[in-house]
Design a protein around this ligand. Sequence first.
Ligand SMILES: Cc1cc2nc3c(=O)[nH]c(=O)nc-3n(C[C@H](O)[C@H](O)[C@H](O)COP(=O)(O)OP(=O)(O)OC[C@H]3O[C@@H](n4cnc5c(N)ncnc54)[C@H](O)[C@@H]3O)c2cc1C
Length: 339
Amino acid sequence: MSALHHDTNATVPGHNPDSTHFHCLIIGSGPAGYTAAIYAARAGLNPVMYTGMQPGGQLMITNDVENFPGYPNGINGPAMMADLQAQAERFGTDVRNGMVTKVDFSGWPHKIWVDEKKQFTADAVIISTGASAKWLGLPSEQRLNGLGVSACAVCDGFFYRNQKVIVVGGGDTAAEEASYLANICEHVTVLVRGDKMRASLFMQKRLKNLPNVTILWNTETVEVLGDEGVSGVRVRNRITSEETDLEATGFFVAIGHKPNTEVFADYIPLNEAGYIDTIKGSTYTNVPGVFACGDAQDMVYRQAVTAAGTGCMAALDAERWLTVKLTEVAELAETAATA
Ligand SMILES: Cc1cc2nc3c(=O)[nH]c(=O)nc-3n(C[C@H](O)[C@H](O)[C@H](O)COP(=O)(O)OP(=O)(O)OC[C@H]3O[C@@H](n4cnc5c(N)ncnc54)[C@H](O)[C@@H]3O)c2cc1C
């Protein structure tokens, strides 16, 4: 099947639900996916989106988004994602529930399996599968998530200005989060499991020079304390086994993120942390017609607005790529017909 088999029965808004071929498939329904959908739908690409295991993406688990431009009073995460979905659907995006469980990008059009059984083909694929923060796995951490427990200093640090916070982790993420928080908070305590940090020497040096940062070595979290919100953290020294309660109103888990990219690993190069490698300055991957945006390809910024920005880029890249590809296909068909 080729692009020429594009679903001509599709009506906008909405698509033929029986079609097994999509002009543009968007995988993932966070800010990147919905922004790509808005642009792709308005460009006439009739996008179909599969929402995955977390429809709406990471912002579905946060109450206050205060840094997305255009909301002077902030907005509730699920409300913002409902707005993005409504905007994408208004232009004809077909939003469907389902997980992409397998792909075959070895030929064209691309093959995609949803929920292990339904097989589709697509002329262009936009990957916006995001990333998930890693957590310690403590019940108290889960109970107080969003009530003082966070995995994003840039997102939530402002709520703890002039307060005492704790950061857990010893890598670059932890060093960056702690440095960021040190500018806003009264005091930052960093809990490091071992006797050294894995963060770059430059980051470590910067952190150690900050007057309001204390690093506790060989220290692990036993429990996050508090009922309605975080009031402190019980820690254990891994050498002496001594337990201490530290006072804090914010607990930032900075032990890394896991991009949701495994399903593409056989076809698309991932970096050492599992993020999709895109061609610099674009959303192109190494596979023609497959584009990646949002946190799935961004281990540096990881914000809703940057995800949305690259979602826009992916739709524009896809539209331009499809125009060239479909012209080539049409020319080949014409040559074959006249031969
Ligand atoms: C608690 C919390 C609070 C945050 N607060 C803020 C904030 O205030 N401001 C801010 O800018 N950023 C914030 N962030 C970060 C922000 O949420 C992310 O940067 C942003 O959501 C990334 O968007 P994305 O579209 O790339 O991916 P995500 O939002 O991660 O969405 C990924 C989507 O892909 C889907 N998916 C994954 N795998 C598959 C698959 N195989 N098949 C189909 N679908 C799949 C998922 O179901 C999901 O819909 C916060 C993050 C968290 C966790």
